[in-house]
Design a binder for this molecule. Sequence first.
Ligand SMILES: NC(=O)c1ccc[n+]([C@@H]2O[C@H](COP(=O)([O-])OP(=O)(O)OC[C@H]3O[C@@H](n4cnc5c(N)ncnc54)[C@H](OP(=O)(O)O)[C@@H]3O)[C@@H](O)[C@H]2O)c1
Length: 302
Amino acid sequence: MTPDPVAAAAAGTWKLGDLTVNRLGFGAMRLPQTGRPLDPGAAPGDRGRAVRVLRRAVELGVNHIDTAAFYFSSLRSANELINTALAPYPDDLVIVTKVGPGRDPAGEWLPAATPAQLRGQVEENLRQLGRDHLDVVNWRNQQGTASLADHFGALAQLRDAGLIRHLGVSGVTGEQLAEATAIAPVVCVQNRYGIGASPQEHRFVDACGEQGVAFVPYFTIAGAGRGAGATGAERDEVLAVGRAHGASAAQVRLAWTLQRGPHVLAIPGTSDPAHLEANVAAAALRLSPGELALLESIGTSA
Ligand SMILES: NC(=O)c1ccc[n+]([C@@H]2O[C@H](COP(=O)([O-])OP(=O)(O)OC[C@H]3O[C@@H](n4cnc5c(N)ncnc54)[C@H](OP(=O)(O)O)[C@@H]3O)[C@@H](O)[C@H]2O)c1
């Protein structure tokens, strides 16, 4: 498949609060390094290539970029790359960041932020992105099924103070989503999801749609490879569907996920310009009901 101009619009749009985004977006976690992200020993990625990928994404119509202050390698920060590549930002660009986790300057993980520490993390994102407010901030849960009320309540206060426009949650259960929604409006849920998800995960995606909440999956392409990335090994069903459309496995995985509902957004991550083009082109790929069912039947963690 080859992309056409503003190809990201081909999958339609969704509103994150009052902010309209094309459903095919971009995740910035792969930009700061080569190899595994969030690894203190990872080699820094090529700055020029990362900047080109970000600018090309916007040229292709991407207006939803996912990032975090803790996406960095020794010499590159995802937020700084976004700022360098895209500021002054297009009016329609929605940058979504996440707080909760933190890494020290050497890249080692810190304990999860306390509610009182979330303001500092929000301000760190504001400084790095060069903005006065953040479009959407996800609270990234790291505490299992425990109550998120104190953390999400702290973010709701920052929203009321004008530092954040909209709130989301990540790594949460249905119960935690309900708890957050009772505190402040939630515009998106960012959880791991894709072909091979469990029945419970499929049901949660549907439940978000019923509540009008965007579901923004990560590891949609990487699947079982998770942080290590796409494994290269692929399921026969995915390959067969790809052959029928002249599409790659990654494109099939993205298209299947987008067809799970109009509220499902995609944020594929790559530092490879050719992969970016292919991922955006997947916004136009439509799978048949039979193909969707075949792919949904693939077992957990494929
Ligand atoms: N909330 C959270 O806890 C959380 C966790 C993880 C990620 N995220 C966000 O979600 C985004 C997506 O996650 P992700 O980047 O880890 O996973 P992903 O988008 O599922 O897959 C990325 C992996 O697939 C490869 N890839 C991308 N496009 C490809 C293509 N067209 N053909 C073949 N391989 C391709 C990438 O390698 P190349 O670079 O070589 O293309 C990388 O190894 C992240 O960028 C981040 O913004 C959020």
